[in-house]
Design a protein around this ligand. Structure first.
Ligand SMILES: NCc1[nH]cc(CCC(=O)O)c1CC(=O)O
Length: 302
């Protein structure tokens, strides 16, 4: 019997993701799946801003190294934490069925937050989107795993923003007070989806894992990630994007680039059947509509 080793981070969320993934794999008589937990730089340092602990790849690059070195055969990532550029020897299998892609507010609904209410989030995208809609709020930067972020509600915060998918996967769905609408809070590209990464040369394994993928979710996240790649963005730039199937027109991809202070935003959407072309095309539209100006300003300040 062949053993396929799946590498995953040690956080509760990562462990829940790999359990969900294992449950979706069709039992196979000739392959046994084994998981291996890998500690990443992002896990070791929970205090510093992400930009200081390896930035966009803080959680994923260790897993990629293990994959390249042959110590694991599959890496299960949270797709939104996986940078759009990856080593050419690695590839993604078809995306598994995607969970809710929306952001959630815990502690209060958005409408019930009074002026000056303290809202915790460390994500530049979430900060910018909140400020664009509610400039009166006091945004407090927080980092860390989901449970400690939720505990901040007991120590002075009125609300925290977290991904609905992460809360559901951790069994914390009852903490969701409000699901933020996609139009005003377009999520991080790939949010709610798992990234199943393998070595590009392992074509048989890729085919087998792709057979439990969801082609619609896969097309959507590919369009979102193509847009992000074209804008040279990672998780540190305020780009929100989401794609949904559009009757008879392939996908509809919607995106928003927001200045960090929330004062400017550029919004666009487009339809198309080729995810990569759609992402690139919408990125070009955003740039022509002034997104480049916002992004340049942000790159200069970080
Ligand atoms: N950057 C942290 C992170 N990476 C993935 C998720 C959960 C959502 C998902 O699986 O996309 C979270 C937590 C959050 O954003 O609240």
């Amino acid at each position: 019997m062949e053993t396929v080793v799946i590498g995953v981070r040690g956080s509760h969320l990562a462990q829940a993701m790999v359990r969900e993934y294992l449950a979706s794999l069709v039992p196979c008589p000739v392959i046994r799946f084994k998981t291996r937990t890998i500690t990443t730089d992002g896990d070791r340092d929970r205090k510093s801003p992400l930009s200081e602990v390896g930035g966009d790849g803080a959680f994923s690059s260790r897993l990629e190294e293990e994959l390249l070195a042959g110590r694991i055969d599959v890496a299960v990532h949270s797709l939104k934490d996986l940078p759009t550029s990856m080593p050419p020897a690695l590839a993604l299998a078809t995306t598994p069925p995607r969970a809710d892609m929306r952001d959630a507010l815990c502690g209060s609904t958005l409408a019930a937050l009074r002026p000056g209410a303290r809202v915790g989030t460390g994500s530049p995208r979430r900060i910018a989107q909140l400020k664009a809609l509610r400039p009166d709020l006091d945004i407090v930067p927080i980092r860390g795993n989901v449970p400690p972020r939720l505990r901040r509600l007991e120590t002075g915060l009125d609300a925290v923003v977290l991904a609905a998918a992460g809360l559901r996967r951790l069994g914390l769905e009852d903490q969701i007070a409000d699901l933020l609408p996609l139009e005003d809070f377009p999520p991080s590209p790939g949010q709610g989806a798992l990234g199943v990464q393998i070595r590009a040369a392992d074509t048989e394994l890729r085919e087998m894992l792709s057979s439990v993928g969801d082609p619609v979710a896969d097309a959507a996240v590919r369009a979102e990630r193509a847009l992000l790649a074209e804008l040279h963005g990672g998780c540190s730039v305020p780009v929100g994007a989401y794609a949904v199937p559009a009757e008879g027109r392939g996908l509809r991809l919607s995106a928003q680039v927001t200045s960090l202070d929330g004062s400017h935003k550029v919004v666009a959407n487009a339809f198309g059947r080729d995810p990569e072309a759609l992402g690139a095309q919408l990125a070009a539209t955003l740039v022509m509509s002034g997104a480049e100006h916002i992004l340049r300003e942000i790159r200069a300040t970080v």
